[in-house]
Ligand binder design. Structure first.
Ligand code: SF4
Ligand code: SF4
Length: 368
């Protein structure tokens, strides 16, 4: 079997040939229009961005894909799922309000917005898989029932995954909140009482009310209630909460590969995945802030193989120039994502390959 192709374009542009043209060219090169049948319902899966975040992928890139899907005869809709944590996207009403505020609407996208798992995240379909971690997964119903899925992932570092690209976007982003909870359940953060300033911020953000706190005293996580979402590790600006990742993160990564496998199970030959490697921030777009990018912009890539496109993305992003003034302390670190997050992301890709989600060897084809 030949290695999968990852089509890549850098970010150089000129009069008459801008980044949207380059995105369109990548779609054309992929040949994916031939995989869309007349009348196919096409989920364009992306991240609408948390309120306050400005690093998410702007809507004009999705507009390009929506237009191409229509040209191919498909019926596109733009979608994401409700979050597990407290924030501005925890139910369909808040989620759509946030999407509109961030510039995503029928007017800008040319397609309807659908929150894939319904009003409160209970609309999902259970799909059977034969994984090491899961025998069944809970997939947002609109994602499940779509004939085609095209994923547009903004590539970033991630405090639990090491990096967030296509596999995380499909696996975590295609899961209903109860599925997200199953994915996160192996993660156990701990509070360093010496560093805790008792600000209470983690308490306000925790979706499971699993943090005991009294003003003036260090916070304490109730292990039996914590659902392992990891949100507190990021909102604690004093660095007082760390994830016990040495034992738990590999499980999360393997589980996410299996969820991605489950989401794509009924879409053989009907899925395409983009990674957008610019504005590469040290945390994902789920936070209400974004720290400056820590590596230089790289480009845009697309493949029908979700493992290959994530492997190519982490390879190229790690080779990019580290940026001074960012969270990256070792500017020339070989693995800049591991340097920023402390996470070994390997199991996401190695397990993905093992279960047949895709291949880590790829052919990079540059597109002008
Ligand atoms: S204590 Fe547990 S449930 Fe609460 S924010 Fe932290 S990881 Fe999530
Ligand atoms: S956010 Fe950090 S410093 Fe503030 S109470 Fe929670 S653990 Fe302590």
């Amino acid at each position: 079997m030949s290695d999968p192709i990852v089509y890549f374009t850098d970010l150089r542009s000129k009069v008459g040939y801008n980044l949207l043209d380059k995105t369109r060219k990548l779609f054309e090169k992929s040949g994916f229009a031939d995989h869309i049948d007349e009348g196919d319902k096409v989920a364009v899966k992306l991240h609408f961005g948390e309120a306050g975040n400005t690093a998410f992928l702007p809507p004009m890139y999705a507009r390009v894909i929506v237009d191409e899907v229509k040209k191919a005869g498909g019926k596109p809709f733009v979608t994401d799922t409700n979050t597990l944590y407290k924030g501005s996207r925890g139910n369909a009403i808040d989620h759509l309000e946030t999407a509109m505020a961030n510039g995503f609407s029928y007017a800008t996208l040319g397609a309807p917005l659908v929150i894939g798992d319904g009003l409160i995240g209970l609309d999902y379909i259970t799909e059977r898989i034969n994984g090491k971690r899961f025998k069944e997964v809970k997939i947002a119903s609109a994602v499940y029932h779509a004939d085609v899925i095209i994923t547009l992932a903004h590539f970033t570092a991630h405090e639990l995954f090491g990096f967030g690209g296509v596999i995380k976007s499909i696996g975590m982003g295609g899961a209903a909140p109860s599925g997200k909870q199953e994915l996160h359940s192996d993660v156990l953060p701990v509070v360093d009482s010496e560093k805790c300033t008792s600000c209470g911020r983690c308490v306000r953000w925790c979706p499971a009310d699993s943090i005991n706190w009294k003003e003036g005293e260090p916070a304490q996580i109730i292990e039996t209630v914590c659902i392992g979402c990891g949100e507190c590790t990021v909102v604690c600006t004093d660095g007082a909460i760390e994830v016990n990742w040495k034992t738990d993160i590999p499980a999360l990564l393997e589980k996410t590969s299996e969820y991605t496998y489950g989401v794509l199970k009924n879409k053989a030959g009907k899925h395409l995945s983009f990674n957008f490697l610019f504005n590469i921030s040290p945390d994902c777009d789920c936070y209400d802030f974004n720290d400056p990018p820590f590596v230089a912009d790289v480009g845009i890539m697309v493949s029908t193989d979700p493992v290959a496109v994530d492997q190519a993305a982490i390879d190229m992003a790690n080779r990019a120039q580290g940026l001074a003034g960012s969270k990256l302390a070792e500017l020339d670190a070989k693995d800049k994502f591991r340097s920023v997050t402390g996470i070994d992301w390997e199991p996401l890709l190695s397990h993905g390959e093992k279960i047949g989600l895709g291949r880590r060897e790829y052919v990079l084809e540059e597109v002008e």
